[in-house]
Design a protein around this ligand. Structure first.
Ligand SMILES: NC(=O)c1ccc[n+]([C@@H]2O[C@H](COP(=O)([O-])OP(=O)(O)OC[C@H]3O[C@@H](n4cnc5c(N)ncnc54)[C@H](OP(=O)(O)O)[C@@H]3O)[C@@H](O)[C@H]2O)c1
Length: 290
């Protein structure tokens, strides 16, 4: 697909973070954006920004975790918008925990939002793309799906699943006119979720900004890229790929590199910070009741 002009794009996770950057870039490319997430307020702000850029959008507040209800989302889109040309599976959640501290509900939420929902959305929207012999699916994964990240094991599993599932169906789609790409950012700086917690991301973990990641999404669609590892410079991307290739041969070596660049420590700090916020919220609720 060499141009996005006139295409209809279904974008999940459009209410905040990276999704807002992608929505704005799609508007600049003259695509119509169907913005989906739970927060109506967030979606309204994104749609206003699209309008200000001269673009077209529609917002549909929807909880994609309800995988069995995604067929209802498809009906709404078919009725009010029409066929989807591009599906961007961007919405995701991350829960940092030491593994045995996860509840089953947390594990299910992460896997349903990050993995099952993109798979089911694709199952629902792919047949129409195949009929029209045109379409593109973009899955936003993470470097956490290329190499497991301590204290975020379920998120890592969801993103690894997304990468491998994309890899498999890309081979089924050869010659159909429908393409699929997977985007793997590292920790995203600026407005996206990691930087919001006030912790400084380990510099040696590479630099992915919302703008680099958005550029990667547009490039993946226009140039039909199978997988993009997002990094500031090509040379860093090469070393990241090399590191993962070495990890395939001998993972303890890459474990040591990850410890050296403080990734497990950083995620542990994120976990402790989250627990501190949860404790303060409990104290403030109990305080108000008392
Ligand atoms: N931030 C990073 O450092 C980083 C690094 C690598 C990869 N990524 C990936 O990049 C993507 C975007 O991340 P981000 O940092 O922009 O995340 P974010 O700021 O937390 O935003 C997540 C988006 O997903 C939506 N969402 C979450 N659960 C949903 C649900 N059940 N139904 C519908 N929408 C839902 C949220 O909207 P509502 O809350 O309104 O529903 C929000 O719009 C994700 O796939 C993430 O895994 C992020």
């Amino acid at each position: 697909m060499t141009t996005l002009a006139g295409k209809t794009v279904l974008l999940t996770g459009a209410s905040r973070g990276l999704g807002v950057y992608i929505a704005r870039a799609l508007a600049i490319e003259k695509a119509t954006v169907i913005c989906v997430s739970r927060s109506k307020e967030g979606l309204d702000i994104t749609c206003d920004q699209i309008t200000n850029l001269g673009g077209k959008s529609i917002s549909i507040p929807f909880d994609i975790k309800n995988v069995r209800k995604l067929s209802t989302l498809k009906k709404i889109i078919n009725q009010f918008v029409g066929p989807v040309d591009i599906l961007i599976n961007n919405a995701a959640i991350e829960v940092c925990q030491f593994f045995t501290d996860y509840s089953l509900d947390e594990i299910q939420s992460v896997l349903e939002t990050n993995l099952l929902s993109p798979i089911e959305l694709t199952r629902l929207f792919l047949p129409s793309m195949l009929e029209r012999r045109s379409g593109h699916i973009v899955n936003i994964a993470s470097l956490a799906g290329k190499k497991g990240v301590a204290y975020s094991s379920v998120y890592s599993a969801s993103k690894a699943g997304l990468i491998m599932w994309s890899d498999a169906i890309r081979q089924e789609l050869v010659g159909t006119g429908v393409e699929i790409s997977v985007i793997c950012p590292g920790y995203i700086y600026q407005e996206a979720s990691v930087s919001k917690n006030g912790l400084t991301t380990p510099h040696l973990a590479g630099i992915s900004t919302p703008t680099y990641t958005t550029n990667a999404v547009i490039k993946a669609i226009k140039q039909n890229k199978a997988e993009i590892i997002v990094n500031k410079e090509l040379i860093t991307e090469f070393f990241t790929r090399l590191l993962f290739a070495i990890g395939q041969l001998y993972s303890p070596f890459v474990d040591a590199i990850y410890r050296w660049i403080d990734i497990p420590k950083f995620n542990r700090m994120r976990l402790e910070k989250q627990q501190h916020i949860d404790d303060s919220m409990i104290k403030s609720v109990v305080g108000k009741r008392g």
